[in-house]
Design a protein around this ligand. Structure first.
Ligand code: FE2
Length: 229
């Protein structure tokens, strides 16, 4: 993706998120220079937890069809997870645009509640895992949606209206997209490690590769290693 495209998506997404009365934390609006200065003094936790902007086209260069906007607002740590106590949770705000696919994937560690916070209908395609972790094309899928267990055929579509949510457990294969409009999505989950905990059905990347054609408005989490070194 071009940096100019990433900058435009940041501006549009911020406007869309604010239209629902949700405002992102102050560090969302730091310039790259401010982020660099502050993360080298009192705000190193932002880097350690990999908080911030995350715009991905899954490395395929067609964001409108295959992509997702995410912002990680909080994230616990792996040490607490090993101990079994402490900050074991994470939160993201995301936007799935109308007909914009987030491709079929599962997680090894993370359980996640995916919440339609407003806009269009959020459609999720769901499968179980086989014993070897691959997509189980046969067995019915059972998931909890707001305290109610829903059972549907393998590959069935679960449609969430604003206010509705689903709990996806490790091993639940899922792909999702917006229908009838762009969708503001909340994610509340187990501690999140996007470097290791996303298994995609098709060979695909998790992050965008960026072509620098203008200066970044804000850095993406995937820029941190290079830009803040
Ligand atoms: Fe997921």
């Amino acid at each position: 993706m071009k940096r100019s495209e990433v900058n435009a998506i940041i501006r549009e997404s911020d406007k869309f998120i604010r239209s629902f009365g949700y405002v992102m934390p102050p560090f969302a609006y730091w310039s790259p220079e401010e982020l660099k200065t502050r993360t080298s003094s009192d705000s190193k936790a932002i880097l350690d937890a990999r908080l911030g902007w995350d715009i991905t086209d899954y490395g395929q260069g067609k964001f409108d069809e295959l992509g997702l906007f995410l912002f990680t607002t909080r994230n616990g740590n792996q040490e607490d997870l090993k101990k079994g106590g402490g900050m074991l949770y994470a939160e993201k705000i995301m936007i799935s645009r109308e007909k914009q696919l987030s491709p079929m994937h599962r997680h090894i560690v993370k359980a996640e509640d995916i919440i339609n916070r407003g806009g269009g209908t959020l459609v999720l395609e769901l499968f179980n895992s086989n014993a070897d972790g691959s997509v189980d094309e046969k067995t019915d899928v059972e998931v909890a949606t707001d305290g109610r267990i829903v059972r549907q055929k393998a590959g069935g579509l679960l449609k969430l209206q604003p206010g509705e949510s689903v709990t996806l457990l490790p091993g639940n294969w899922h792909a999702f997209w917006g229908e009838g409009g762009d969708v503001l999505i909340g994610e509340v989950s187990t501690v999140n490690d996007d470097l290791t905990d996303n298994i995609f059905r098709e060979p695909i990347g998790r992050f965008s590769s960026i072509e620098e054609d203008e200066a970044p408005v804000h850095l993406l989490v995937s820029d941190y290693d290079k830009w803040l070194a």
